[in-house]
Design a protein. Structure first.
Lengths: 383, 376, 328
């Protein structure tokens, strides 16, 4: 009895110490406790945002009365700082006693995922990328559309003023790269959202209803899948006027068959599985079976497919932009930037190289997280 | 039949000539359901005779310890077991799942995956005087499927689905007997016939999925005896089969043992199977041998409480109305075997003295049990 | 077997027709009048109307669809405006080049993908396994057009002009300008040299995907009981892996052929454009840009049909390799 009292007192004392530390270095107590994923991310975001606040103070002040995306960036900055600080304070303050150890599928999955170092690293990169995309107006060293002196400042190599050089219009590559992140991440996220929603619905209908409806849906899926995606995309886009909305819509409307196939397959196997049959035998309603048993169980592969799909979509968007069928200039997009450097590879190698690297690392992060999720969500692999 | 095969059969026949009379009589008798006292007595007499003239057993396992080094800790799946298999005899290894039976058999053939499995220092497996632990992979390969062969529990998944059964049998013959394609194919047909597969000429070119479970196990047996091995390790050969098929397969094994004069190491959790075909029995629990002796010893005078528990849980036709007993609890995890006697927690007669680790106590006549009570 | 083949072939027919339909409506329902691109200012209204009638554009969509489908079934794919030749002639010129490039890429990708994936599975958890995994995921995440540019930058431009390596690869076309003056051996070498970079650009991304898949498949198979049986026979590890395990692990890989062909054809659009490779991918992009609709429709239709054919071949191959399906 005395032992546990003493233990809880020291735990509380430690928690108090952790709180004090978390007040000015959020994430540090978690990092000290060996939770490098959460702690590292918190610390990184905290220091990064503080740096923006200090180094770009003038612009932060300006942003108060600036355009909507400047104000959005400002709001993001404040929200990020507040979230990290608040979370770390709350988390460090939790008594160190026996933590509630969850045993639900999701708890197990979360634990398995956080053990996967590369996947956690990928998730960190993604969070930071989205933050960067939102903070860009405050972050970027230059205006991405601002042309420099076309005679002296074209194709300047890596330098202090232009860390990643300049392009054919003497614009700053780093700034354009940062703005380009917005396009890639936005298009990736939204089109996958659309395609996953459509795919899940149609797949669930096909799998659960069966019969003629199933036949029709799956034949359409076969057709769309047989089509070389890119050829279909460029055909449609070239015939209309290219714009961001068109790209999002077309990507969203052409990528759903993969999800539909997965969901249908999952529903079909689940329908035959013992627990669903048990639920039927117990007299549960159809709605309850679909909502409580089928959807949560079919969700895991959809989440994995969606995460991997975002990476895939970012590559596709970059490809369309590379062909001049994607985001139109002067809006910076990574694909367009790679294309810009295509004809001056030998003289200005940085033009194509850095946007490409940005694509690779972004997609790599999504793939790492997707792989991690697949391993974490598959009970057979978890053991 | 090729000349090769004829020579092999003749040789093995000569070797087992001395014992064949006694042992074949015994096994023929053993095919009847329950061993009568007279038969058992005859058998144990044969055994002790063999023991006294014995020079070197066919297979001698000494202090075998196979540990699995895993993330969760060290799983001592097999933790110091010693036994011998004599030429031509059938040794039964009995125990619940997870007691280390299968690991033992894989360790003998050097088939445990390493990592995570490791044979600890001091472990020894000697086959006809050759040490197998730490032996070169090449030497082990020359033995596997040739002098020692093995059949597995799941005939459904133990045959490669993309090759015909004939190809899979012929592969062994071509490897160890250096037969050409045609001769091996012909021998495969003969073997299928020997293990009782009807229309072997047609079946030889079929794929595993076209055969029933019992047929597939017969194919596995044909593959195992193709090179006339000295020792056949059968790991739960009948567990996955229908009861009627089980009896047929056991009968086939006994027949082949007689015909080829090979020793059989029969691993099973089914005491009924042991009673039918075995000469001697080893009872395993928690990675150790808890009792060993002749079939008669084990069935008539079980010494260890675990053996008694196993016997009590066996349904018997002779005594209707008797309540079936069961052993309470489950086999502990090999990651942390209990301190002291490993059976203590489930033992009905556990008490003072059981907190000590138990030694295997010799009881004479090759009997032994791992319980301090039996010596006193 | 024949019955299975026949059933699969019959199933492919509506698929191909459906694809033709998608192609037709995607092109014909797009806003804008295709004739506008072939007219010049100053033409009288009568000439415009006459052109529309010549193209059959005065008819309602369903009539045009029926006519187009009917003509296509008789092998008439129309007339390409930008090439001023029948569409079929254009296809006959460019399709073989694309097939050559795709076949090379597919061969390289499957060979190395299977090799690397098998190696990784056999050496699971080793340092080389993790190292390969990282490198493969890196390539897997890479857009092929960027990889192509980076290969040109390093193995062609920098190798030749900056680092002055003895070996560098040409980055444009199928042959050199002096091709006709080379000896036979020189011609062969010239063609192979021109194939290297485009093939690598297409293949590396696929290799990564195949190797990742192969590793998983091999790991699954290597745990199977029949692999243990093969070891218990006394077979050497090489025979166990490359005969008993590989045959089974390859089964799911075969379906990847059908899955990767569309990706491959999509890739040729970029790679042929970048490397000035005279193939279908580049031709379709040009046709779209010049609004050469008959060529766009025929090209897309051919690409899609080849995907269907590839899937069919993959299925048949699967049946050939897997006796369980063959004797279904």
């Amino acid at each position: 009895m005395a032992d546990t009292m003493a233990a809880s007192t020291t735990a509380r004392a430690r928690a108090r110490g952790g709180r004090r530390l978390s007040a000015f270095l959020p994430g540090a107590p978690q990092l000290a406790a060996g939770r490098w994923g959460a702690g590292g991310l918190a610390l990184l975001v905290w220091l990064g945002c503080l740096w923006v606040l200090v180094a770009r103070l003038a612009r932060v002040v300006e942003a108060l009365g600036g355009s909507w995306d400047e104000r959005l960036a400002l709001a993001t900055l404040v929200a990020a700082l507040a979230t990290v600080w608040g979370w770390s304070w709350w988390d460090a303050g939790r008594a160190e006693g026996p933590r509630r150890v969850g045993v639900s599928q999701w708890d197990l999955a979360v634990r398995a995922f956080s053990k996967n170092r590369t996947a956690v690293a990928g998730l960190m990169v993604i969070v930071v990328l989205y933050l960067i995309a939102l903070l860009t107006p405050l972050l970027a060293p230059h205006d991405p559309a601002l042309q420099g002196d076309l005679i002296s400042e074209r194709y300047v190599g890596l330098s202090g003023a232009h860390p990643l050089g300049t392009d054919q219009f003497a614009r700053d590559v780093l700034s354009r790269l940062l703005y380009g992140a917005r396009i890639s991440l936005l298009i990736g996220f939204v089109s996958v959202g659309i395609s996953v929603t459509i795919g899940t619905l149609l797949g669930a209908i096909a799998g659960f209803m069966g019969g003629i409806l199933d036949g029709i849906i799956m034949r359409v899926v076969d057709m769309v899948i047989s089509f070389p995606q890119l050829v279909l995309l460029i055909t449609i886009i070239a015939l209309f006027e290219p714009s961001i909305f068109l790209i999002v819509a077309v990507l969203g409307l052409t990528l759903w068959p993969g999800t539909a196939r997965i969901v249908r397959g999952e529903v079909l196997t689940l329908r035959e599985r013992e627990f669903v049959q048990a639920a039927t035998a117990l007299g549960y309603s159809k709605r309850r079976i679909i909502l409580r048993h089928l959807i949560p169980n079919a969700l895991a592969p959809v989440i994995v497919a969606a995460t991997l799909g975002i990476g895939n979509t970012i590559v596709l968007e970059a490809g369309l932009s590379f062909l001049g069928l994607g985001v139109q200039p002067p809006t910076p997009s990574w694909g367009t930037m790679v294309a810009d450097g295509r004809n001056v590879l030998l003289n200005a190698w940085w033009l194509s190289t850095f946007p490409g690297l940005a694509i690779v690392f972004t997609v790599l992060s999504f793939n790492l997280v997707g792989d991690g999720l697949r391993d974490a969500l598959d009970p057979r692999l978890r053991s | 039949m090729t000349q090769h095969e004829a020579a092999g059969a003749a040789k093995s026949a000569a070797k087992s000539a001395a014992k064949s009379a006694a042992s074949s009589a015994a096994t023929a008798a053993a095919n009847s359901a329950a061993p009568s006292a007279a038969q058992s007595a005859a058998r144990s007499a044969a055994n002790s005779a063999a023991q006294s003239t014995e020079v070197e057993p066919l297979l001698a396992v000494r202090d075998l310890r196979a540990w699995f080094l895993t993330d969760q800790g060290v799983a001592k799946a097999v933790d110091g077991i010693s036994f011998a298999v004599r030429e031509g005899e059938t040794l039964g290894i009995v125990g619940e799942s997870g007691c280390g039976k299968t690991v033992t058999s894989l360790a003998i053939l050097g088939l445990l995956p390493n990592p995570p499995a490791r044979l600890m220092d001091g472990s020894s497996v000697s086959f006809r005087g050759q040490e197998l632990v730490g032996a070169e992979e090449k030497r082990l390969r020359a033995l596997r499927g040739n002098e020692i062969s093995m059949i597995f529990q799941e005939p459904m998944s133990s045959l490669n689905p993309v090759f015909t059964v004939g190809d899979q049998i012929a592969e062994t013959l071509r490897l160890h007997r250096r037969m050409d394609r045609k001769a091996a194919h012909g021998e495969a047909v003969r073997l299928l016939d020997e293990v009782g597969i009807p229309e072997p000429g047609r079946r030889v070119d079929e794929y595993p999925h076209q055969l029933s479970g019992g047929m597939r196990q017969r194919v596995m047996i044909a593959m195992a005896i193709a090179c006339a091995p000295k020792l056949l390790i059968a790991d739960e050969p009948t567990t996955a089969l229908d009861v009627t098929i089980q009896a047929q397969i056991l009968e086939l094994l006994a027949e082949l043992r007689r015909a080829h004069g090979m020793a059989v190491m029969l691993i099973t959790h089914d005491l009924g199977v042991v009673a039918e075909v075995c000469d001697r029995v080893i009872v395993m629990y928690a990675g150790q041998i808890v009792e060993s002796g002749t079939v008669e010893d084990i069935f008539v005078r079980p010494a260890h409480p675990y053996t008694r528990g196993l016997l009590a849980s066996l349904p018997s036709v002779g005594t209707p109305g008797r309540r079936l007993a069961s052993i309470p609890g489950t086999v502990p995890s090999p990651l942390h075997w209990p301190e002291g006697c490993r059976f203590r927690a489930r033992c009905p007669s556990a008490g003072e003295g059981c907190e000590r680790a138990q030694e295997l106590v010799a009881l004479g006549d090759g009997r032994a049990a791992r319980c301090w009570r039996v010596g006193t | 077997m024949t019955k299975y083949l026949l059933r699969r072939l019959l199933g492919a027919v509506p698929l191909v027709l459906g694809i033709a339909t998608i192609v037709f409506f995607a092109v014909n329902l797009a806003p804008g009048d295709p004739t506008l691109y072939f007219l010049s200012p100053g033409m009288t209204q009568e000439v415009v109307e006459q052109t529309r009638i010549n193209f059959g554009l005065d008819q309602p969509v369903h009539v045009r669809y029926a006519r187009w489908l009917g003509a296509m079934l008789t092998g008439d794919f129309g007339y390409s405006f930008s090439h001023s030749r029948p569409v079929l002639d254009v296809l006959a010129d460019f399709l073989p080049n694309t097939l050559l490039l795709s076949a090379c890429a597919l061969g390289v990708a499957f060979f190395f993908g299977i090799l690397v994936g098998t190696y990784q599975a056999v050496r699971q958890y080793s340092l080389s396994d993790s190292a390969f995994s990282v490198v493969l995921l890196f390539f897997y995440s890479m857009p092929s057009f960027w990889l192509a540019l980076m290969l040109i930058l390093t193995l062609s431009l920098f190798a030749r002009n900056v680092w002055e390596w003895p070996i560098w690869f040409p980055a444009s076309g199928m042959t050199s300008t002096e091709y006709d003056f080379l000896s036979f051996g020189g011609q062969v070498r010239d063609r192979i040299a021109h194939l290297v970079l485009p093939t690598l650009s297409l293949a590396l991304v696929l290799t990564a995907g195949i190797a990742r898949y192969m590793r998983g498949s091999m790991l699954e198979v290597i745990r199977q009981d029949y692999v243990r049986t093969a070891r218990a026979k006394g077979l050497s590890e090489r025979v166990v892996v490359f005969k008993h395990a590989l045959r089974n692990a390859l089964l799911p890989i075969i379906t990847l052929v059908g899955l990767y062909i569309p990706v491959l054809f999509g890739g040729t659009v970029f790679i042929e454009t970048i490397f000035a490779w005279p193939g279908m991918g580049r031709t379709i992009v040009e046709a779209i840009n010049t609004r050469d609709y008959p060529l766009v429709m025929a090209g897309s239709f051919f690409f899609a049909s080849m995907v269907v054919a590839a899937n069919l071949i993959a299925d048949v191959l699967y049946a050939v390799v897997d006796p369980r399906i063959r004797y279904e």
